[in-house]
Design a protein around this ligand. Sequence first.
Ligand SMILES: [Zn+2]
Length: 553
Amino acid sequence: MKRFYSVLVGLALLQLSVAQTKPVIDAKANTSIKRPKLVVGIVVDQMRWDFLYRYYSRYSNNGFKRLIGSGFSCENTFIPYTPTVTAAGHTCIYTGSVPAIHGIVGNDWHDKTLQKKVYCSEDNNVSTVGNEGVSGKQSPKNLLVTTIGDEIRLATNFKSKVIGVALKDRGSILPAGHSANAAYWYDVTSGNWITSTYYMNSLPKWVSDFNAKKLVNGYYEQGWNTLYPMDTYTQSSTDENEYENKPYGADQTRFPYNFKQFEGKNYQMIATSPYGNTMTLEMAKDALDNEQLGKGSETDMLCVSLSSTDYVGHNFGPNSIETEDTYLRLDKDLGAFFNYLDEKIGVGQYTIFLSADHGVAHVPGFMKDNKLPGGVISEASLIKDMNAKLKGLFLLDKTVSGILNYQIHLNHAAIDSANADEKAITAWIIKYVQQNDAVSQVFALKDLAVTPLNAKLKDMLTNGYYPNRSGDIQIVLKPGYIEAYGSGKSGTTHGLWNPYDAHIPCLFYGWGIKQGHTNRETYMTDIAATMTALLHVQMPSGCVGKVVEEALK
Ligand SMILES: [Zn+2]
C-alpha cells in the first residue's frame, strides 16, 4: 500500500512537471510579430565616445541629449578589431561582423590573388547612374556577409524597403547591403547625388529634382561662421593655430570662412564643413518622403551616414573650434531630423541606433606641446628608405609594395620571380622598422598567434586579419602616434587600436527600447545582434555580436 501510494505521488509529480514544461499558449499567438514601422541607422563618421559629453552642456534637448535621456546608451562600446577606419566600421555596425569574416579590411587593400590595390566598394562591372563619370562604379560585391537590412528584406520576403544615404560612397553602400533597394552618395565632381546600375538604371525623379536644387551653392553662399560668439568656445584651442590644416586655401586660417569662391566650381569643399551633414539629412528626409519609408506593411530601414565630421576632424583635430562648432550644428540638424521622423512616422513608431565608425587621435603636435605622448611616422619615407636598402642587400626593386592599414605589403611577385629569400627579407624589415621611434611592435602577421602581445590587442588584430586582403608585416605604433597626415605638423587621423580610435558612442532610441544606460563593456558588433533581436529577424550571416539585453523592453 505504501509502495502504491508512493507510485501515485510519483505519477502526480510527473504530471505536474509535464504540465510545467508544456508550452504556454500565447493568447495573442494569432497576431503577427510586432515591429517598428521604420529603423533608422545613423553613423557619425569619426565621432569619439567622449564627444557626447565634451559638448554636452551646449547640446540642445532634441539631438544627442534626446537619445541619451530617453533612449539607451552603451557607454563602453569598443571596436573589436583594427584597423579602425570608415569602411570596416560601417560594415561592422551593420553586419555585427569583423574584417576577418566580412572581408572589408580597410577602405583600400591589396588583393593577393588579383595582385592589385582594391577600393572597398569598387565594381568595374557596373556604371554610374546620375552623371557621366566613374564615381558610380560601386557596389557591395566585396562585402562577404549580409547586413541588418538584408536580413529584414529576407525576413519579409523583400517587402521591406532599405535605402542608404551618405556623402561617402562606402558610407552608403556597405550599410545598405546587397539586397538594398537603393544606395545614394555624393559625387564631388558634379555636385549630384548618384547611384550605380547595381541598384537601378536611372535616378528616381525625386533624386533628379533634389540634384536640380543644387543645395550646395546655397550653403557656399552662407559661408561658415560659428553658431555662437567665438569667446563661448571654451572647450577648444584658439581659432588660429599651427595644428590645423588650411583646407579652404592658404589665406583662410580662421572664422568666418568664405565659401563663395567655390560656387559652381568646387563641389567637394562642402564635405569639409558642417553643411555636408546638413545636406545629407535633407537628402535622407527626401528619401523618407518620396520612397514612403515607414508607410508600408513591413518595417523599412534608412541607413544614414554623416561624413563631414570626419573631414572636419582630419583637418582641424578634436581640440578645434571647427570640430566643436560642427558637433553643435550636427546636434541641431539631428534634432530637426528627429522632429521630422515624429511628424512623418509617428512618435514611438520608429527605432534609431546611432554609433560611429571610428574615433580619432589628437593632433600629435598639440599633444607634444602639452607634454603628452604622441608623434608621427611617415609611411612614404619609410617605404622609400626600406626599398633603397633592400635593393643593396637583396638586389630587388620595390621589395615593399606599400603600407596599408598599418601593414607592410611585400612585393611577392618580384620576390618569387627572383627566387629571393622572403624569410630573410621579412626578418630584415622587422628589425629595421622596430628601430623607428614611433613604433611599439613589428611582427609578421603569420606569426600573430605566437607573438607576445597584450591579449586585447592580439584579439583586435586577429579580428582584422583576412589573409588574402591583409598585409604581411604588422606595425603597432606607440599610443598617440599616427601616420603623418599631410605635412605631419597639422591635421590628424585614426586607424589604430587605442581607445581614442576605438571607443565609440552606441545609442538606441524609440520603439522597443528602454530608457537607461550600461557601463558594461559592449562592442560595435553587438549593434546588429541587438537590432535583429528587437525585430525578430535572423542575425546577419557573419554576426559575432551579442544582444544588449538591457536595452530591450
Ligand atoms: Zn577618417
